[in-house]
Design a protein around this ligand. Structure first.
Ligand SMILES: Cc1cc2nc3c(=O)[nH]c(=O)nc-3n(C[C@H](O)[C@H](O)[C@H](O)COP(=O)(O)OP(=O)(O)OC[C@H]3O[C@@H](n4cnc5c(N)ncnc54)[C@H](O)[C@@H]3O)c2cc1C
Length: 469
């Protein structure tokens, strides 16, 4: 009989987490099969190239890490194929483009009553009574900033009231929006001090030279394939075949059955719940998805930005970005690419029938002064992106614990991986770092001839410790 230890390790999902892990295992001589639902690799960090010569990422994708190990890994994969770019992000507030993070010169241009009220909030503290996003933000930044920016932006983005959202959405989101650690965004005092210091931080990050951010995943995939690993794209996993609490094989919707010694799952927990035939009592976790409207226009946008946040509830989109400002080769000479992100659930009209919304998106582009005339639009493409954000509602820690417990009790050889698999509002570098660590542990145990339970090859719980139920 075949020893199951000799069967391939199956990784569900060819995002940066699955590919990083796949490469480390393949380098160590472990047979690997990666199954990917989409046509291309890269997951949320993939790129779309169109016949008109324009390339778009999924919104803005900058790479930055404080970890030497992650940086070394990324440089090794990209070789010479990267350049450093300066951060140029903005906020559209009161009809103006303002740099983000803000500087003193821009803050003074805001309406005086708003500044006075926000200034008073420095001395009016309200202690958080619950774990809600609303209480967290008001405690740290005061009511005025909450009402002016955080609340309308977040409620538009998630279509959920802030009092029903968990503070983890704020903790992770704000930390990720400010990668420069010289900018203290932890409180209103911190923000005020950073603004008074006045100099906009000169944050730099790296980006591929030869294409969009998807180049990184393509390079990983090439290496895995060269080492004998298999990557099947357009192969959504439809079933996990198991015996006595172990997954023995993974079946795709295309009818392929891949035997498995161990399975790393980086797809959504909701899909796992469905294909794993979880009983009704297993809680459901929800993800937001995103519809991208990728426009190619004949006139360039001014002022330039890499990405811009739109807090105003009356404006349809939450964020737009200009691929040219990441890499000028992404857009044909003299043209502009504009990516507008509309986050929604998959039963929303925007997801089901985006063509009905394009007029609203184009009006948004006019109001935001990114377009002067609709005649300047040359072309546009719509992309549906599944599971872009975990939805951190107030009771999510309890549900997530229930979901993890069910998955771990159901199979001994399944490990949850990456952004969706860990329900983790993270960045690429976090997924890469976690996969490098998981690979270390898995390979060390494999070399020792004894693998542990699947849960032992997962990144640690970041927020569940100490979170209220
Ligand atoms: C709009 C946006 C902007 C972002 N900006 C940045 C940024 O500037 N910098 C940064 O570092 N990070 C950014 N991120 C985050 C970054 O994209 C993610 O952290 C990272 O790509 C996650 O990689 P992953 O492999 O963990 O997950 P994913 O990329 O989600 O990979 C999971 C993979 O599993 C596949 N899959 C799912 N279900 C199945 C199934 N049933 N069968 C087979 N395959 C399946 C999916 O198709 C996907 O390819 C951004 C994310 C978004 C959405």
């Amino acid at each position: 009989m075949e020893n199951h230890q000799d069967l391939p390790v199956v990784i569900v999902g060819a995002g940066v987490a699955g590919l990083t892990l796949g490469l480390k295992l393949a380098e160590a001589g472990v047979p690997v099969v990666i199954l990917e639902r989409e046509k291309t690799v890269g997951g949320l960090a993939r790129s779309f190239s169109y016949a008109n010569g324009a390339t778009f990422d999924i919104g803005p994708h900058r790479f930055h890490s404080d970890s030497d190990r992650v940086n070394r890994f990324v440089f090794e994969i990209l070789g010479e194929d990267y350049h450093w770019i300066r951060r140029n992000s903005t906020l559209f507030l009161f009809g103006k483009y303002l740099p983000w993070p803000m500087t003193l010169a821009n803050v003074v241009s805001l309406p005086l009553p708003l500044l006075v009220q926000a200034g008073l909030d420095l001395f009016r503290r309200r202690k958080a009574r619950t774990d809600s996003f609303e209480d967290y933000i008001i405690e740290r930044y005061g009511r005025v900033l909450y009402r002016t920016f955080f609340q309308p932006y977040t409620e538009k983005f998630l279509d959920y009231t802030c009092s029903n959202l968990h503070r983890d959405w704020a903790v992770t989101g704000i930390d990720r929006a400010t990668i420069d650690k010289r900018v203290d965004t932890g409180s209103l005092w911190g923000v005020a001090k950073s603004v008074l210091r006045s100099n906009a931080p000169d944050t730099q990050f790296i980006y591929p030279r030869s294409g969009g951010i998807g180049v990184f995943s393509e390079r990983l995939a090439e290496r895995i394939t060269r080492l004998g690993g298999r990557i099947l794209t357009s192969a959504p996993v439809a079933a996990l075949l198991s015996e006595a609490g172990r997954i023995t094989a993974v079946r795709t919707e295309t009818g392929e059955t891949v035997p498995a010694s161990h399975v790393f799952w980086s797809g959504s927990l909701d899909t796992l719940r469905t294909i794993g035939c979880a009983p009704e009592s297993v809680p459901r976790l929800h993800y937001m998805s995103t519809v991208l409207f990728n426009y190619v226009t004949r006139k360039r946008v001014e002022p330039e930005f890499q990405w811009c946040y739109f807090g105003d509830k009356a404006m349809e989109a939450s964020r737009a970005c200009l691929p040219r400002c990441f890499n000028s080769a992404l857009v044909p000479e003299g043209k502009e690419g504009i990516c507008v992100e509309i986050s929604c659930s998959e039963d929303a009209a925007a997801w089901r029938d985006p063509a009905r919304l394009d007029c609203v998106v184009e009006t948004f582009l006019l109001h935001a002064k990114m377009l002067r005339s609709l005649e300047d639009i040359e072309d546009y493409h719509v992309e549906h992106i599944h599971d872009t954000y975990p939805l951190y509602v107030l009771n999510y820690p309890r549900k997530l614990r229930g979901m993890f417990a069910w998955a771990h009790d159901s199979w001994d050889n399944l490990s949850l991986l990456g952004r969706c698999g860990r329900f983790w509002y993270n960045n690429m570098d976090h997924s890469i770092e976690a996969s490098l660590t998981v690979a270390d542990h898995f390979l060390a145990d494999k070399a020792g001839g004894r693998l542990r339970h699947g849960r032992d090859y997962e990144a640690e719980d970041r927020y569940l410790e100490g979170a209220s139920p």
